[in-house]
Ligand binder design. Sequence first.
Ligand code: SF4
Length: 341
Amino acid sequence: MKKTNINGLDREGLESFISSLGEKRFRAQQLYSWMYEKGVMDFEEMTNLSKPFRSKLNETATISRLKLSQQLSSQKDPTTKFLFELDDGQKIESVLMVYPARSTICISTQVGCAIDCKFCATGTMGLTRNLSPGEIIDQVAMVQQITGEKISNIVCMGMGEPFHNYDNLMTACDILSDDVGMNFAKRHIVVSTSGLIPKIHQFTEEGRKFRLAISLNATTDSVRDKLMPLNKKWPIRELIESVQAYTEATKRRVTFEYVLLNGVNDSIEDAERLKKLLGHLSCKINLIPYNATFGEYKRPTDSSIQQFYEKMAGSKVPVTVRWSKGDDIDAGCGQLATNAN
Ligand code: SF4
C-alpha cells in the first residue's frame, strides 16, 4: 500500500487523514503539534501517541523530507545556499542570510518559473511544477535543523512566482505562522509577486496578513514589457492600482523591488518616474543592483547606483539600496537556478 505523505497537511487535511484511519479527530491536533510546533518527524518519538496508533501511522503514513544535495557558503558574507532534492528528483534552492539582529531565509515556491523575466536565471528554466505546502515549509525546517540557526524572517522570493502557486503557498504560510505550528510572525513572512493582478486582489480580499512585495523593475510599459512579458497582460498602471487597493483595504505598507540594470532602467529619468509612480502609495522601495549572471544585462556602476539613489532619496517613500548577499555563490536576487543538476 502506498503511504500517504502527511508533511504539509494543514489541520483539516490531517483530520480527514486521521478519520480515514478510523481514529479520533483530536489525534490530528497531536500530530500537527508534533510535526510543526515541535519539529518531530519520527512517529516513534511522538510519545503521547499510543503504541498501536504509532504502528498504524508507520504502516499508512510517511513524513517526507527534502534531501540536502549541496550546501555552499559565501566567502564574502554570512550567506549560505542550499540545494534540495525533492521526492521526484527535482531540485530547488533556498538561501539563508544571517544579519546581526535577524536571520532571513529566501525560499522557493516552484520548480522553475513560467514568468520568464529576462534578467532572471530561474526564468530560463521554464516551469516544471508547483511545490507542495510540505516542500515549501520544509525548506525552513530543514535549514533550521541543518544550521541550528533560529530563522526570524521568511521571504518567498526564491525560485518561482509565488502567486502562481497561490493555494499551496497560503496553506504553507498558514502553517508557518500558526502559533501551534511553526509560529513565525505573519509580518515576518513576505510574499513577492511579479504582478499577477487577480491574485493581488484575492490576497487583499482574503485579508491575508503576510507582507506583500512587488517586483517592479521598470517605470515604463515599453521597458517592462521587454523585461517581464507578463506586463503586456497586466501593465504598470493596473498593477499600481491593484496595490493601492491593497494598501487602502489593509492599511499595510507594500515593498517594491527594483532591480537596477545598466542602461535599461537606471537613468535619472527612471528615478524621477519611479518617484512619481509610487509617491502616493504606502510603500517602501528596495533598489537591487543586478547580479550579472548571463545574457545581455549588466550591473550599473556603483556611482550610477548612488546617483539613482540620491535622486530617489528626496521621495516621500523610504528607499534603500539592497546590496545583494551571496553573489559569489550565485545566491543573489535573480541568480537562483538549479545549475547543479
Ligand atoms: S524574477 Fe521571479 S517571477 Fe521572474 S522569472 Fe525569476 S523567479 Fe520567475
